[in-house]
Design a protein around this ligand. Sequence first.
Ligand code: G6P
Length: 610
Amino acid sequence: MCGIVGAIAQREVTPILLEGLRRLEYRGYDSAGLAVLNRKAELERLRTTGKVAELAQALAATPVSGMIGIAHTRWATHGKPSESNAHPHVCENQAAVVHNGIIENFEALRSSQKAQGYTFTSDTDTEVIVHQVHRHLDKGDDLLGAVQNACKELEGAYALGVISIDEPGRLIAARRGSPLVIGVGIGEYFIASDVAALLPVTQRFVFLEEGDIADITANGVTIFDAYGNKVERKETLSELSADAVERGEYRHYMLKEIFEQPRAIADTLEGRLYQGRVLEVAFGAAAAEVFDKVQGVHIIACGTSFHAGLIARHWMESLAGIPCSVEVASEFRYRKPVVRNSSLIVTISQSGETADTLAGLKEAKRLGFGQSLTICNVPESSLTRESDLVLMTRAGPEIGVASTKAFTTQLVALMLLTIVLGRRFALNDEMESQLVKQLMHLPKEIEGVLGLDDKIQTLAERFADKHNALFLGRGAQYPVAMEGALKLKEISYIHAEAYPAGELKHGPLALVDASMPVVVVAPNNELLEKLKSNLQEVGARGGEMLVFADEDAGMSSDESTTVLPVAPTDDCVAPIVFTVPLQLLAYHVAVLKGTDVDQPRNLAKSVTVE
Ligand code: G6P
């Protein structure tokens, strides 16, 4: 995770690096740093603990200046957040490196480097990279050769930016297992972990592929593959504008992203529906051929994306009659599952770079899954490149660490997948046109739920002093409850657990008392009466409940229960609709608690390490 920015230009690069870091801060924010080569070709470095704002303050006090530089915002893996562990790491004031990823053989490299007389100033795995580059420079390699040779000796994942005083007009970038993109300007070039970092300076991008090493000067970029062969990588024009990642009038990115959901859902549907049907070609030219062979679906994902998969399982099985299993990618990749090659492996990921999900996909291919599909929000990300079929969610950049609009658009995409696969199973034309109608109506329904914001803000006051909360749902609403509990714990640090309401009596009921609020999602479906009985069990134990209930559910507030009515919605899309009030609840509780909503402690948005 960590964010990398680099620049080589005919102008001062420090402001570009700083703005890039600010835009990459969602990837890690426990320390930050930058290094530039000044006019005398000397390395100047500045590092601080804490957020990028602190680095900016330090820079204001001690300016550094140069026309080539690299910068980094860190999410600690090896070594605690501290100035000495912050990047860039330098060796002999000759070379500097920023790194995202984990070097697995760092201990072996460290001992051999120590034996050669290298001294270490940090606890990071990264420092071995800069020493290794230095070793090769010492042997007479130029900077490109030194990085190429060093990379051959590294095991693990990395994206790197490297500069050296010996060649002040050269920036070397390398990628294996962690994302890195080159931004193309006029007579200037940039590197970054994500296009968002560079949007203020360019919209032209070249995406490096696995094993690529790029030699960047003000005159151009030459890219070599892992074997040292010169390769061409196509340039693409990003459709994103610089302000797509601005917070605008909203207090937090998370709130902005919650309110963007009607638009994001409409965008995800655009061009994919025609005359009441889902267009199969939206999944790629080969989609029909692939789908014809599918006899089952296996979904792998992490975090919020995993919850989307759990909801999709209900749809796949109950609406479409397709066998479907769902698993967290970090378990799947080591479990040695039994595989039918007629099963479609589906990955779900906002970033498309989550290490466990990527490794899960590779393992799935090795195990013999016939075909793969990814539902992803970031174009040109690793998962989109490694999958046979791709369905992009069009949520736009999601900056808040707690995922919101990415989740609801994933659900929309998964409903589209359920429909196209379901046609080959139990889903008839009439059901399809009903589902399509519900999907088209969704943006309006979500608008309606967003209108409950003020009421939810008031209800949030009851949570601010609580230490625990229980979330209940049944059927496809159980994963909705899981997602609600995850949102609350991620950003408010209140311990929250989700249970299928029917399971309450088998354990969690023992925890229920007045200090443990119970949040319930209650759409009007065939499980409603059973859910009501479960709630009676809570009420009888003095539990305080907050129920988001369908207006038609016949539920009203009483002494122990506060009911917040949600406009009636079709059961098929209810998981999407009922997610939104839980997002707002978590958001307002976090604001009341005064936590860092967009960058909660210990977390990062894009987890590119195992
Ligand atoms: C991190 C983020 C979560 C996200 C998960 C999976 O943990 O904080 O919000 O759900 O990674 O990320 P992905 O990009 O694969 O959806």
